[in-house]
Design a protein around this ligand. Structure first.
Ligand code: IVH
Length: 725
């Protein structure tokens, strides 16, 4: 937006310049109206639109001759879309003037007093109520029965959405009350609540359809469906706040507030935050109250509307161009804005998730300067869905991607971090190229992988990655891992900040480094530590130089390798070296992903270890950074045989192959039992095989065992050997 404010320097324009700018602005505003009202796809923020409109009106005020028959100031919105039947409004559906600052509200009140010839301190009563961010609709009731609904359209002619409005359960099909006029047009806002909006977008996403940018667009898109069944599936709601034609019987009250109360009696939903105020100060207080509670309302509002309460005074005040003189919309500072996305930065979270962040040309949104906004994930940038909930539009039926250099709409909702919610394609620089998401971690250079069905790409360099270090070390020393007493989250963070512990191996060199005469600050002298606590910590660390190998593996924090999978893996491999070798061998040279070789088959053949876990293990050991960290660690720590293994059983540590049809148990049960007893179960026979358990009709594996001289057992012999016979 240009730096000059909409109303300034208008008087400096020559008549010619004013005419040219008036025409240009008129065209620009008409384009925005069309995109907003007809396509539900605005390309400027409300604040930018309002500024254009104010400048347009300021020019007309200075040069009234420009206000020709075609002046936009006499129109509202856009002409109706072709697909619906048209409805001529018997009473035009006009719009409201806007107030942005407190001064504007004071001026509104003062203007009314002036117009009515009242003293400056005379009380005037107003209603104040939320300005609902939906779309206005006129509902016609004849003899209390709902007969027609129309959208606003251009204010004079709207679209016939009767069939769709019938599906809105909050809108009564009949008004109940003695005082309902014979003909009555109720006006109000159709809107969608936040929870329903989220659910609708979830459904859209699941069905692979483009998502709605915001509840207003969702409500508009839902109301203007040619098939009412679709509208019926969208939970639309309604607040009644005004009226159009009023037939025989007349209005039920002589105040705005009284009519709204009658609406409620008749069965129409009215907004509970509607109050009476008697001065600008009271209006402003209510504005702040509503603003403070805005995030918790459950639906979008974009300001507070003030209306003169007395209908007689409303009549005297009348209208000026497109809006009543007796009402004004006091807008909240814009929560959306359009700015340029300068570049996309990738941040690495504590768990290794790579999160894209939009670095923006700073802009004020709702009174706060925003220079960063969330882009959710890789798919969100591509515009192709995923649980990051892309909420952007489509262009020629293709989802729109986000590029560095793009002009984007950003949104602040409540306290949530700002989001990039749309791209203004019309302003895309010609040189902007599709963004390519990094496949290496920007924090540590390790490769970053994305699992099947996952939207998040993660760094695999967990132990080396500075972004993840604290989290990883905290896990490393936690109770079920190395269980080092005196080393909790706080201490890990402090050691990391002091540069003392950057990776797990550093824990075990801490004491040696601390007692080195060149050590600058001894631990006992640091904040929060003393002689005894330092001594205790070193002793606790010393105690953990030997740990069961399953804990060791679990402590590494490999994705999907929790305690159970660590046990499964170590029960099979027994030593870390064996696991490491197999994991390394599971990827063909030059390949990134495991292929169906023997090592891969061995990993995925382990009971309970599927492809997802196996791939995570392979990814971990393939990453050279992790290898280095591991090497440093095994220099300090000795992994011991697994805990809780029945080491005494005869089959512990033996490699067994089952072949042929077993009678007393299924193959899976046999495998599980063998592993429980500490045996390794393999899928093929080699020289390393200790026993082949052969059931009926055993074939090539039995032959191979004989050939290699491997002991062959019957099922019963195996059970006896295993102590279960
Ligand atoms: S009164 C003649 N009250 O805001 C005045 N309008 O910018 C009729 N709106 O067209 C409007 N909440 O779509 C009124 N509580 C409220 C409103 C409200 C939302 C919308 C309505 C109107 C637009 C004006």
């Amino acid at each position: 937006m240009s730096a000059r404010t909409p109303e300034t320097d208008v008087e400096k324009l020559t008549a010619d310049e004013a005419a040219r700018e008036h025409a240009r602005l008129g065209e620009e505003i008409a384009g925005h109206d069309r995109r907003y009202y007809q396509d539900d796809a605005p390309t400027v923020s409300d604040a930018e639109y309002d500024a254009l409109r104010r400048r347009y009106e300021a020019i007309e005020a200075a040069y009234p001759e420009l206000r020709g028959i075609d002046s936009l100031s006499d129109k509202v919105g856009a002409a109706p879309a072709a697909k619906f039947a048209k409805v001529r409004h018997r009473v035009p559906m006009l719009s409201l003037g806007n107030a942005f600052a407190d001064d504007d509200v004071e001026e509104f009140v003062a203007r009314i007093r002036r117009f009515l010839g009242l003293p400056t301190d005379a009380d005037v009563t107003f209603t104040a109520e939320p300005k609902i961010d939906g779309l206005s609709c006129s509902l016609r009731y004849e003899n209390g029965v709902f007969v027609q609904a129309a959208t606003r359209g251009d204010g004079f002619e709207g679209e016939d959405v009767t069939a769709n409005v019938r599906t809105i359960s909050e809108i009564p099909s009949r008004l109940t009350g003695e005082d309902v006029p014979a003909v009555f047009e109720v006006r109000g806002e159709v809107y969608m609540g936040h929870a329903d909006f989220a659910a609708i977008n979830e459904r859209q996403s699941a069905a692979g359809r483009p998502l709605f940018a915001n509840p207003r667009n969702a409500a508009a898109g839902s109301l203007r469906q040619l098939d009412p069944a679709i509208t019926a599936s969208r939970p639309l709601r309604f607040f009644a706040y005004a009226w159009g034609e009023v037939g025989e019987g007349g209005l039920p009250a002589d105040t705005q507030f009284g009519v709204i109360k009658a609406f409620a009696r008749w069965g129409l939903p009215t907004n509970p935050l509607t109050v009476l105020c008697h001065s600008a100060a009271e209006l402003l207080a209510h504005y702040r109250r509503i603003g403070d509670g805005r995030a918790g309302l459950g639906y979008d509002i974009d300001g507070v509307v003030y209306k003169v309460d007395s209908l007689a005074l409303q009549g005297r005040l009348g209208f000026v161009s497109r809006s009543p003189r007796w009402a004004i919309a006091h807008k909240f500072p814009a929560q959306r804005a359009i700015t340029q996305l300068e570049r996309i930065e990738i941040q690495v979270g504590r768990t290794g998730a790579l999160t894209p962040v939009a670095k923006l040309t700073p802009i004020t949104v709702g009174g706060v300067v925003v220079s960063n906004a969330s882009l959710h994930n890789e798919d969100y940038i591509k515009g192709i869905g995923g649980s990051g909930e892309p909420i952007r539009g489509t262009f020629e039926d293709q989802p729109v991607d986000i590029r560095e250099g793009d002009w984007v709409t950003i949104q602040r909702a409540g306290d949530v971090i700002p989001q990039v919610v749309d791209v203004v394609l019309e302003r895309r620089p010609p040189e902007a190229r599709p963004y390519s998401f990094p496949t290496v971690c920007p924090a540590c250079g390790s490769h970053a992988v994305r699992e099947d069905g996952e939207v998040v790409r993660r760094c695999t360099g967990g132990l080396i990655c500075p972004a993840q270090a604290v989290e990883r070390i905290r896990h490393f020393v936690s109770r079920d891992a190395f269980d080092i007493e005196g080393l909790g989250e706080k201490q890990v963070q402090a050691f990391h900040d002091w540069g003392l512990v950057k990776q797990p191996a550093d824990i075990f060199t801490l004491e040696a480094r601390d007692s080195d005469p060149s050590s600058l600050t001894r631990l006992k002298n640091r904040d929060g530590w003393g002689e005894i606590s330092a001594k205790n910590l070193f002793a606790a660390i010393e105690e953990r130089r030997h740990v069961p190998v399953n804990r060791f593996l679990y402590a590494l924090g490999i994705r999907h390798v929790g305690e159970t999978n660590a046990k499964r893996l170590m029960r099979h491999f027994l030593t870390l070296e064996a696991l490491r070798e197999t994991a390394r061998a599971a990827v063909m040279p030059g390949e990134v992903h495991p292929k169906g070789n023997e090592a891969w088959a061995e990993l995925t053949g382990i009971e309970g270890i599927g492809a997802v876990v196996a791939e995570a293990v392979v990814d971990f050991f393939q990453e050279p950074n992790n290898e280095a960290v591991l090497d440093a660690l095994v220099r300090e720590v000795t992994p011991e045989p697994m805990e809780a293994v029945a080491a005494a059983t005869a089959v512990a540590g033996k490699t067994v192959v089952f072949t042929g049809a077993l009678e007393k148990m299924t193959r899976d049960e046999a495998k599980a039992m063998a592993e429980r007893l500490g045996a390794k179960v393999a899928g093929s026979v080699s020289k390393k095989t200790d026993y082949v358990v052969a059931g009926a009709d055993a074939g090539s594996k039995l032959a191979k065992a004989r050939e290699l001289g491997v002991a062959v057992l019957s099922e019963d012999e195996w059970l006896i050997l295993a102590g279960a016979g």
